[in-house]
Each structure stands twice: as C-alpha cells, then as structure tokens.
Design a protein around this ligand. Sequence first.
Ligand code: TRP
Length: 477
Amino acid sequence: MALISAPFSLKTGIKIMTNNPNSAPDRWSSHFVFMLATIGSAVGLGNIWKFPYIMGENGGGAFVIVYLLCIAFIGLPVFIAEAAIGKKGRKNPWESVKDIAAGSGASKNWQVAGWVGMLTGFLILSFYSVIAGWAAAYVFKAASGSFVNASAEQVGDIFVNHITNPYQLVFWQTLFIVVTCFIVAKGVQKGLEKAVNTMMPTLFLLLVVLLLYAAKIGDFSAALSFMFNPDFSKLTVNGVLVALGHAFFTLSLASGIIIMYGAYLPQDTPIVKTAVGVAIADTVVALMAGLAIFPIVFANGLAPQAGPGLVFQTLPIALGQMPAGIVFSTLFFVMILFATLTSSISMIESSIVFLIEKFNLSRKKASLISGSLLWLIGFATIASFSGMEFAKVDFHYLGKDVKNWFDIIDHTTSDILLPLGGLFIALFAGWVMKKADTSEQLQTSPVIFTIWQTSVRWIAPLAIVVIFLQLIGIISF
Ligand code: TRP
C-alpha cells in the first residue's frame, strides 16, 4: 500500500521523491493521514504534562486567554506556512526553504531557520524523553496498584521518591529513547501513526471519564474559575512569552517537522482546513487535561504552581479512587505513553534525516548516533530533577529565574528558540515566498488567504518581536 512504503522507510526517500514529484507512493495516501500524523505529533506531553503546569505557574485564566490567542493568530498561521513550505519544496526542511528562497531570488541563508529548528527539536527531546520515562514508570506503578485509594500525600511521596532516584530516571529515559530510535531506525512510523487512529479517540474518551470523575470528587467550580476567569494582574511578561512558546511547542512548530510532513502531502490538500482540525484537536486535549487536574488540585489543598510534577501528583489521586482504578489508571498512562511516542518520533526525525543526508549514514546508524547524543544530553535534565548539586544554578536569564539545567534547556528552547524559529518561518512565508506559490499551496478562498497572509506578514512577526522587546526591557507596557 502506498502509505506503508512511504517516505521514512526509504533511506533517501526525500531525494527519490523530488525526482518523481508526481509519484504517488511517496505521498500520504490522503490528507487525512497527514492529519493523523500531525495530530500524533502535536498531542503529547505538551498537552497533558506541560500545559497544565505552566498554566498553574502563570496564574490560570489570563494565561489561557493569551495562549488561545497565540494558537489562533500565531501558531495556526505558522502551521499553515510550514505545511505550504513543505508541500512546495518537497524536500527536507532546510532544502525546501533553500530551494524556495532561490526560486524567489532570496538569500540561501534562510535555510538556517531549518538547522536551528532541527537542533531545537532535538534539545527539546532531551528533556521530553526524561518526562516520557516518568509516564512509562507510572504505567507500572498504576498496574501494581500503588495509587489505589492513595492520599494526596502518598501520591506526592511516590512522585518525589521517583524523581529523586537518578537510576530510575536513567532506566526509564533509556528505555524510552531505545523504543523511539527503534521505531525510526526501522522506518515503521507509519504503523504507529495508524495506531493514532484508535489511540487518540481512546485517550480522548479516557480524558472525558477522568474529567467527569475529577469534577465529582474535586472542586470543579474552583478549577473552572481558575482556568476561565482571567486575572490579568497575575500575568507577567514572561508568562506571555511562555504562552507564545507553548503555542509552537504544542503544535510541533518551528522544528521542521510540519515542513517535513507537509512534503508528502497530496497536491490537492486543503491545508487550511487540515491545520484548523489539528489545532482544535490539540487545544481541546490540553484544556481537558487542565479540567481534569485542577479540580483535584483545589480539593486537596495542592498548589497550582507545583511545577513539572503537577500532573503526576494530582491525576493518580483521582485515578486511584475510581471504580476499577487499576485498569483505568494503567490504561490512562499507556495512552499517554503512546501519545508521547508519536510526538518523540516526530521530534527526532529531522536530526536523523540530517545525519543521513550530511554524512551519508544509514537510517540505523543515524538513529543510533542521534539516540546516544540525546541520551547523554538527557542527563542534564535527570540531574536537575533528582536534585544533584552540580545541576543547580541560580540566575535570571531572558525573563526567567532559572534554577537548574532543565530550566535553562527548557527556557532556551521552548520560550526563545521556538518563537524565533516561528518568526523566521512567518517572515519567510509572508514576504519571501511568492504570493502565487503560497496561494497555489493553500488553495483556499481569497478572504481566508488574505487573513492568513496578514497574520504571517504582520500579526505574528509583530507580536513575537513586541514580546521579545518587552522581555529584554526595550519597551514596556
Ligand atoms: N507537540 C508535542 C507535544 O505537545 C511535542 C513535540 C513534537 C514538539 N514535535 C515537536 C515540540 C517539535 C517542539 C518541536 O507534546
């Protein structure tokens, strides 16, 4: 079947494809499959782990509003831009950008955005795989009944015991990286992405049940008011930056992956509609995770600003009290793990294509090298969470007080590099790409095209620049 032989199973699939621009086997069999793959990439720890805790750290409602605005007016247009760049360029992210730039008489240097994106995705994966390891460990904790009727205190202890044991963290992180690399080395992502077909609806259903249960045993009205009753006095400039960065993070933008997935789109894909579908699915999952977590936070006197442990310290409380809690909680963490895997394979892919094409390596070797590097860099995150002295730092850097290496990596990638990457993509699609090309790729109504073009030319770049200028203190509101 077309889909199975598709791009990633070929060592130099992208080049082969460029030689045969119309050969069907190198395309997604329909744009719906692209949508599944991008939803698989988009929905992950960003929605279930990160969104709730950064919302908690940044005061709730006001942060949610800024986040939603960032998704709609910045993330979505950049997503469309990336898919269009990929579909036009039909190559890996940097070569697509380079070719399009050349075709428009612009500098080849635009491809730097592709390199930086690849590196950003790679660095993000270094901490992502550590957190994914927590989720993997929690599958087993859930299955062994550790959460059954556990109190908030017990659940908190389980979490602290887990993250302060570096051997545990290394064990699960290693396992997660090995599985990710195994999948990409074999080029069988398509199989996994097909699993998204059943996995996403299941995760969604489990989240609904969990949300209802949390509403029943928790303080749902406090959660609603925390999430949707904005108090702008609680929002800092850094909070706005975090919301902006997370819009890119959660949609898997500015890292090359959407360009790469877009390269395999059938010619007649309705990019705009597809992108809207992905953004909505992704946002709904994130909001539902918040709605499942915060009732438990408030009913148990926990702190919304608990940080990266928030999800792991709250959901097990509800999961452990539910009827058939063992089955349900195990299933829940398995689903999270699946969602995380479909994201991690997308994050590592650019670096693997890079190694294959630059150093003429096989897919296997490239996966091995990429995975080993990730594994090593991941120690910075592990040392940070397990509280090792040498991982501690204490300084203020671009709007944030960083306390350890994880903070530095996360802040640099999620808050700084992703928005900067998004800025370049927006400018590139808005000003460098020929209008004839973009409108041919988007295939949408003139009104929607104009809205999109205004977003990538003006709204997104200006918003990003203003937030950065504010952050470094050049302007202030
Ligand atoms: N979007 C994923 C999530 O929310 C994470 C992710 C996948 C990602 N690919 C990426 C983040 C590329 C940044 C860049 O969990």
